[in-house]
Design a protein around this ligand. Structure first.
Ligand SMILES: Nc1ncnc2c1ncn2[C@@H]1O[C@H](COP(=O)(O)OP(=O)(O)OP(=O)(O)O)[C@@H](O)[C@H]1O
Length: 297
């Protein structure tokens, strides 16, 4: 393990993985993922359906043993996490299923016993505010309500590390806004570190400080949300100049007329690739959504 990463993972990083690889039934899903979350950061993990986001999250938290690589939570091996560390983290899976035979209130009361910083008042008030009947069985709640209860469970434990796998998947737009506001508040006021996966680019823009883009088992791009527009752009080259296209573009699309469009990145000196200076070449700014669509297609 490289020395810098080793230092970080064993001391400060709430979450760190190195070289994570996994496959299902012979098909590779993760192909050597390295990722370190700094304390207090809000990282949005984005990628297409089936890109491996849930698998990565589960492996990061030690809920799945990867074929290769290492995962650390608060510096401890994720597969052997102590009860102390477990109490400092909260994870909301994409489809919460646990304890479905309890009512929402019973589940929260039960789970609360395991968390030293459990905020029962927050749990009660948020159930009320989010209009969830406390005495209804979890099994009888709609998927969106169920997801909300699980989010309340996660937030009421006042975690240092909050991991949300597509938290907005079953939420209506109002609930989504409320959740994002709550997440931003926790990150801003309590310094909670947050990792959340999503398909919704506007959610990333609203709350994430950084984004990581998972594509074909690798993290293709990792940078500050505000930085992306500055750092990446679409380079368009007419057909007669396509031979000048840089080799290291993030994506490359050839159009019917032979012209090329590529997603390119500024170099260490802030310069676009040389080809951008050719007469007839054009650099277009890319919004986050366009950037993802260009790369993921
Ligand atoms: N237990 C499993 N057995 C076999 N294949 C699996 C299993 N879990 C996931 N997969 C496959 O691995 C790939 C990645 O799945 P994963 O759920 O990690 O993706 P994702 O990025 O979270 O997708 P989505 O955005 O649709 O939720 C998919 O092709 C999926 O079908």
């Amino acid at each position: 393990m490289n020395a810098v990463l080793k230092d970080t993972v064993h001391t400060t990083a709430p979450l760190a993985v190195r070289g994570l690889a996994h496959c299902y039934e012979g098909s590779s899903v993760l192909a050597g993922v390295d990722l370190v979350l700094e304390p207090g950061s809000v990282l949005g993990l984005i990628g297409r359906n089936g890109a491996g986001k849930s698998t990565l999250i589960r492996a990061m938290l030690g809920l799945l043993e990867p074929l290769a690589g290492e995962a650390f939570v608060f510096g401890e091996p994720a597969l052997k996490l102590s009860d102390d560390s477990k109490a400092r983290l909260a994870y909301v899976p994409q489809q919460p299923e646990a304890l479905a035979w309890l009512t929402a209130q019973q589940m929260l009361d039960y789970v609360g016993r395991f968390y030293p910083r459990w905020d029962a008042t927050f749990a009660r008030k948020t159930l009320e505010r989010w209009k969830i009947a406390p005495n209804k069985l979890l099994a009888k709640l709609s998927p969106g309500e169920r997801q909300r209860v699980d989010l309340i469970r996660a937030l009421a434990s006042q975690p240092e590390l909050l991991v949300l796998d597509e938290p907005a998947a079953a939420l209506d737009p109002v609930a989504r806004r409320e959740l994002l506001r709550e997440v931003a508040l926790r990150a801003g006021e309590s310094g909670t570190t947050v990792l959340f996966s999503t398909h919704i680019v506007s959610d990333l823009e609203r709350v994430a400080s950084e984004i990581a883009f998972l594509h074909e088992g690798r993290l293709l791009l990792r940078c500050g949300v505000d930085e992306t527009k500055e750092r990446y752009a679409r380079l368009w080259l007419p057909a007669k100049m396509s031979a000048a296209a840089p080799d290291n573009s993030l994506s490359r699309r050839r159009h019917e007329d032979g012209s090329l469009s590529l997603v390119v990145e500024r170099d260490a000196y802030g310069q676009w690739p040389e080809a951008a200076k050719l007469p007839g070449a054009r650099i277009d700014a890319l919004g986050l959504e366009d950037l993802f669509v260009e790369i993921a297609e």
